[in-house]
Design a protein around this ligand. Structure first.
Ligand SMILES: [Zn+2]
Ligand SMILES: [Zn+2]
Length: 95
């Protein structure tokens, strides 16, 4: 897991160095530079991820990459959208 020398983000590909530190996304497990993985998810969303690290439990949030964060937000929006339309459906039935 330490063979990555460059950021996994296609648009970035910056080389890791002492100044450009490598970080692993807790959802996809790939290595990213800091700006590409500067998104944080509450650990409760990451318990099922195989990249979830027990050491993360000392923090309440874990680092994820931009694309995983986008996917996560998209899923949340879909879930809330479904809940909202279901509630509307119930309300219409009652009225
Ligand atoms: Zn990721
Ligand atoms: Zn990057």
């Amino acid at each position: 897991m330490s063979t990555e020398t460059h950021c996994s983000r296609t648009k970035c590909k910056s080389e890791f160095s002492l100044l450009n530190r490598k970080h692993h996304c807790r959802l996809c497990g790939k290595a990213f530079c800091n700006p590409c993985s500067d998104n944080w998810l509450d650990n409760k969303h990451l318990k099922t991820s195989k990249f979830y690290n027990v050491n993360d439990m000392i923090y309440s949030k874990s680092r994820v990459c931009k694309s995983c964060y986008g996917t996560f937000l998209g899923t949340q929006i879909i879930i809330y959208g479904l809940i909202a339309s279901f509630i509307l459906y119930i309300i219409k039935r009652i009225i």
